[in-house]
Structures are given as C-alpha cells and as structure tokens.
Write a new protein. Structure first.
Length: 351
C-alpha cells in the first residue's frame, strides 16, 4: 500500500534571520567595546608613565640647575681669585724684570772683571797644586790644576792670555811624561823581604861539610859484609868528629843565639826605616838604610844559602828602583801668568 504523500514543509519564519544577525552585531559591539577599553587602559598607563618620567626629568633638571648655579658661583669665585693671583704675578714679574736688569748689569761687570782676575786665580791655583805635588809626591794635583787652567783659558776671549794657554799646553805634556818611582811596588817588595828575614840562615849555622859521607851530592858506598859495614860506620863517625874548613868571616861564626836574634832585628829595623823613608819620599835616607841592610845581609848571614841569595837579589832590585823623584814644575806657565798679571795691572793703571 502506497504511503501517503508527505506534507509539504513549512516555510521558514521570517524573524529568525533577523535575530541571528542581531546577536552577531551585539557580540561585535561588545568586542569593539572591550578592545576600546583595553586600548584606553593601555593609553592611560602610557600617559601615567610619561607623567612620572616627566616628573623625574623635571626633578633632575631642578637638581642640575641648582648644581649649575653652585658651580657657576664657584667658578665666579675662582675667576676672582685667579684675577687676584694674576695681578700678584704681574707685580712679581715686574719685580723680577727689574732684578734681571740689575743682574744683567752685574754679570756684565763680572764678565769684564773676570778676564782681569783670571790670571791671578790661575797663578794661585797652580802654585797651590805645585805645593801639593811636592808634599804628596803625586802629579795628580798638578795635572788637575793644569787641565782646569786649560779649560778656563779656552773660554776666555782675552788676547793677553794666549801665551799663557800655550805655556799651559807645554807644561801639561811635560807633567804627563814625568816618571816617578813605583812606591807601591817598592813597599810590597820590602814587605816580602821583611817576611823572609826570620828564615834566613845565619853565618854561624852548622852545615854538612862538602864531600863528607852522607852529604848531598856525595854517594855513600855500602859494604857487602857485616864487618865492612861496621868499619864504614865507625869511619863515618870518626870523620864527623873533626871537620876542617876555611873561616872567612870569624865575627859571623862566633855569634851567640842572642846575637843572631839582635842581628835579625837590626836588619828588620833597617828595612822598616827604608819603608818609612819611602813613604815620606825621603829617597836618600831610604837608599842609606837599604845599603846598610845589604851590608848586614852580606856580613851576618850565610851567602851560600839560596834564601840569602834570593833576599840579596830582591834587595838589589829595590835599591835599583829607589831613585830620587824628579817632580815636574810649571815654571813656564807661572812666568807667563806673571807677565799677564803685570800687563793687566798696567792697563788698569792707564785707565
């Protein structure tokens, strides 16, 4: 059986679309309102932050303005102080300018008088250096004075001092070429000789006879049998009991031990006297003491001993090196300075 035909659908209500569109518009309006509210809040917060920043900047600007006014006052006070100091400095500069003018005038007067007094100063300095050289035995004071005179004369423009400069150059070369005894070397040799005095053999020391059995350089023969050795021993002892020799210096051979001690001390005193004379630059007295020491060494000590021969050789070297010191003099320079002083005095008298 066929189904009955379906009833036709009812047509849509015309108010439903209008209600749906109204709801969408309402939601859109609320959304726009919410967005506007959020934007308003954000704008309000931004404005608040800007106001706070402006307030801080205004406060900082006020503080900086106060500091600027303080610094301005301090700068103004500093400017006033500097102005006072500049005024004081200007016055000081004026005073210094006046002092400088006076000093320039004084320097000019001193410069004019320097050349006139230079010859007198150099003469006094050279005479003093020459006396020091004579006292000390060294040419160093004279060399220093001559070099100083050479430098001062080179700076001088006085033509009257030109001969003095040439004389100073010649005396300087002569002093440099002067030869003096080596006092330090001579004293060292004397000290060495003084240390050797106590070990020098005296003239009365007993030595093995030359050619005696057992003496140095004489070979001793040895017997083969026991009686031969006994006989050789007895013979050697008998030969040692008596010895015949030539006595060339009986006064040295007859000395007692006390006399030997005083002989050594006398030799030491002679050497010490020579040492003191060398220190005092009394070369004649030193040569006299050295000659007496050489005579005592050759008289009271064994000349055949190697120690005595070495001491005698050393003493001869000291005597040869001890000579009178010919200390140089600067008479040529002193004469030239005397002429310069005389010419300067004549020029001042003419004025």
């Amino acid at each position: 059986m066929a189904a009955p035909p379906a009833a036709p659908a009812a047509p849509p209500h015309p108010a439903a679309p209008r209600l749906h569109g109204a709801s969408h518009g309402l939601w859109l309006a609320w959304l726009l309102a919410a967005v506007g509210l959020v934007l308003s809040l954000m704008l309000w917060q931004k404005l608040g932050g800007m106001q706070e920043q402006l307030a801080r900047q205004s406060s900082d600007a006020g503080t900086q303005s106060v500091e600027a006014r303080t610094l301005a006052r301090q700068a103004e006070e500093g400017v006033r102080d500097m102005a006072g100091k500049v005024a004081a400095l200007d016055a000081r500069v004026a005073e210094l300018a006046a002092y400088r003018a006076q000093l320039d005038e004084l320097v000019h007067s001193v410069t004019r008088a320097r050349d006139e007094n230079l010859a007198v100063d150099l003469e006094a300095a050279l005479r003093l250096a020459q006396d020091q050289t004579q006292l000390t035995g060294s040419v160093e004071p004279l060399l220093a004075a001559l070099r100083t005179a050479e430098r001062r004369l080179a700076r001088s423009s006085d033509p009257r001092l030109a001969p003095v400069g040439r004389a100073v150059a010649r005396d300087l070369e002569r002093v440099k070429a002067a030869s003096l005894p080596d006092a330090a070397g001579l004293l060292a040799r004397l000290d060495q000789l003084l240390r050797q005095v106590d070990v020098l053999p005296a003239g009365n020391d007993v030595h093995p006879a030359r050619g005696a059995p057992g003496a140095a350089g004489t070979p001793a023969t040895t017997a083969d049998s026991w009686w031969g050795r006994l006989w050789q021993s007895v013979r050697d002892e008998a030969q040692g009991l008596l010895r015949v020799s030539r006595v060339e210096r009986p006064e040295a051979s007859m000395m007692s031990p006390e006399q030997v001690f005083f002989v050594r001390e006398n030799l030491k005193l002679r050497l010490q006297g020579a040492r003191l004379a060398l220190l005092a630059r009394q070369y004649e007295a030193a040569r006299a003491d050295l000659s007496a020491a050489a005579s005592a060494l050759g008289t009271w000590f064994d000349p055949a001993s190697r120690r005595t021969q070495a001491a005698a050789t050393l003493l001869q070297q000291i005597q040869a090196s001890t000579r009178a010191a010919e200390l140089p003099r600067v008479d040529e320079t002193l004469v030239a300075l005397g002429h310069a002083v005389a010419s300067a005095g004549a020029a001042n008298g003419a004025r």
